[in-house]
Design a protein around this ligand. Structure first.
Ligand code: FBP
Ligand code: MG
Ligand code: MG
Length: 322
């Protein structure tokens, strides 16, 4: 099986980007090991501290964040980092060519129940003019990303990644510690009969989303004339992995609980990297009002509504917003 390195070279990724990605993945391998140790290593449970999002941090949130921060700072390839678990950007190397945004542990609420969790990352060029502690350099639309991916810590540790030449999925071979290409050139089916949304928020959704989901639930006797099934992993990384494997639509839409918060998921290190992966696999990724990767960020922890997945189904959902 082809190794990650040769696929990245074949996709024309520059050497320094390849070295940066290998460094980041070395951190993810360590996280994979720590996660698999679980209660044996006392890494389950919450800390007493909150992150800038007002969420109580899990021990694994803090551990994963520290592992990635340390390894990227030492690498010399990175000018600055933005992380879900860091209030502000973390300055790294003044000559670093890249900016890395990451969600060190996605699906935190799953840590205690041994369910799917992961790490999500996006990489962009660091503008030469920027000082390493300048957050404004991160305020680039997703279309500027040069690479994005996630590592899923599940029964297998798997990596989905793109450098703009298709989306490929790799499996970590724990016998020698390398990622091997097991699912090249992912193509997400255009049609699907599987949707994913936290239905307990239904009363807070906008009317178009309420109508869209109601028609899915109406099944073959309803206007969509098809029965739909539902899945919700409560970890975006797990839900998106399912979509890349067999299609579907995933939504965390706008809801009116907090007008200041247009959604739950964060643009820089959740929505944008997943949008890049999905588009490179033939799917679509929208906020409901436009392409996620065209959103101009205003701040590093900005949230956006997310509607992503199989092309025809996302288009069907968006038609309810017209
Ligand atoms: O608990 P809810 O409302 O279903 O939300 C689940 C969503 O929240 C998240 O867990 C947020 O990510 P973090 O765990 O990284 O904070 C997503 O992975 C997931 O899709
Ligand atoms: Mg997350
Ligand atoms: Mg997280």
């Amino acid at each position: 099986m082809k190794r990650l390195n040769s696929q990245m070279q074949q996709d024309g990724a520059p050497l320094e980007l390849i070295l940066l990605i290998r460094t980041l993945l070395a951190g993810c391998k360590e996280i994979s090991f720590r996660v698999s140790q679980g209660a044996l290593a006392g890494v389950l449970g919450s800390t007493l501290s909150e992150n800038v999002q007002g969420e109580t941090q899990k021990k694994l949130d803090v551990i994963s964040n520290q592992i990635l921060k340390d390894i990227l700072k030492e690498s010399g390839y990175v000018k600055a980092i933005s992380s879900e678990e860091e209030d502000d950007v973390v300055p790294c190397h003044p000559d670093g060519k890249y900016l890395v945004s990451f969600d060190p542990l996605d699906g935190s609420s799953n840590t205690e129940i041994n369910s799917l969790i992961g790490t999500i990352f996006s990489i962009a060029h660091a503008p030469q003019w920027m000082e390493p502690d300048d957050p404004s350099a991160f305020l680039q639309p997703g279309s500027q990303m040069v690479a994005a991916g996630y590592v899923l810590y599940g029964p297998s540790t798997m990596l989905a990644m793109t450098t703009g030449k298709g989306t490929h999925i790799y499996t970590l071979d724990k016998t020698h510690g390398g990622f091997l290409l097991t699912h090249p050139n992912i193509q997400v089916p255009e049609e699907t009969s599987e949707f994913s949304i936290n239905a307990s928020n239904q009363r807070h959704w906008e009317k178009p989303m309420q109508n869209y989901v109601a028609d899915l639930l109406a099944g073959k006797d309803g206007p969509r004339e098809k029965n739909y099934n539902m899945r919700w992993v409560a970890a975006m990384v797990g839900d998106i992995h399912r979509l890349l494997c067999r299609g579907g639509i995933f939504m965390y839409p706008y809801d009116n609980r907090d007008p200041g918060k247009p959604g739950k998921l964060r643009l820089l290190y959740e929505a944008n990297p997943m949008a890049f992966l999905m588009e490179q696999a033939g799917g679509l990724a929208s906020t409901g009002e436009g392409r996620i990767m065209e959103v101009m960020p205003e701040e590093i922890h900005q949230r956006v509504p997310v509607i992503i997945g199989s092309k025809a189904e996302v288009e069907a959902c968006l038609s309810y917003y017209d």
